[in-house]
Design a protein around this ligand. Structure first.
Ligand SMILES: [Zn+2]
Ligand SMILES: [Zn+2]
Length: 216
């Protein structure tokens, strides 16, 4: 089992658990790597500093590697993250949370994030496709090409059960890194990444295909 979870929320945004509670839950489940990734729009400059400091402090006594990230929003004008903020963090997830009408709109938004130097990982890619329909093969190819060229990773979300297996296979083929994500908003859901691991294995993924794989 590859036990990693790079997408969890705490009371710093809309999660119900504290930083130490998420870490304790991750330890209990035997995780090797935990990322805390609260929604960026809940954080002020002051609380962001406290957030990073608290994660760093608790990680010192933790039985696993704990990283400080955020989940930023991909808006029509780009991703709501600045270089100053990104520099304080270990990684940045960018996700579409806007209501989109068409799959093309989703693809265009994700393309913005793939060209943003402050973004490392695309969050729950395709979560809206069951409602809007699936993008064209050409649209998906453009996404893959941009991710490959710019060194961006995709998370495999156990919460939304995305991306599709074929997309994950295409990522591995191109050397695009992947991560596992519970998107937990409660400590008890931290480390719920069995779907992520299952499709990753099915797609032929190995440790070398994981973002932060060098830390495992
Ligand atoms: Zn999200
Ligand atoms: Zn989230």
């Amino acid at each position: 089992m590859i036990m990693i979870d790079l997408h969890t929320h705490t009371t710093y945004s809309d999660g119900t658990g504290s930083v130490p509670e998420n870490i304790a839950a991750a330890e209990q489940k035997g995780l090797r790597l935990l990322g805390i990734s609260d929604h960026i729009h809940y954080l002020t400059p002051k609380s962001l500093n406290r957030y990073v400091r608290e994660i760093r402090q608790w990680s010192e006594s933790a039985e696993l590697v704990v990283l400080a990230g955020v989940e930023a929003n991909i808006m029509h004008g780009g991703v709501d993250i600045t270089t100053d903020i990104a520099k304080k963090l270990d990684y940045v997830i960018a996700s579409v949370h806007l209501w989109v009408e068409t799959p093309e709109e989703h693809v265009e938004l994700v393309k913005l994030a793939l060209q943003d130097e402050n973004v490392d990982i695309i969050g729950h890619f395709g979560a809206s496709f069951p409602y809007t329909g699936y993008p064209s093969e050409e649209g998906l190819r453009e996404i893959l090409e941009l991710a490959e060229a710019n060194g961006k990773a995709f998370e495999i979300s156990s919460r939304y059960k995305v991306p599709e297996l074929d997309f994950i296979r295409a990522c591995i083929k191109r050397g695009i890194k992947l991560t596992f994500a519970s998107d937990a908003h409660w400590p008890r859901s931290v480390g719920n990444v069995s779907w992520s691991e299952k499709v990753f294995r099915k797609a032929g993924g190995t440790k070398e295909d994981l973002f932060f794989g060098e830390l495992l």
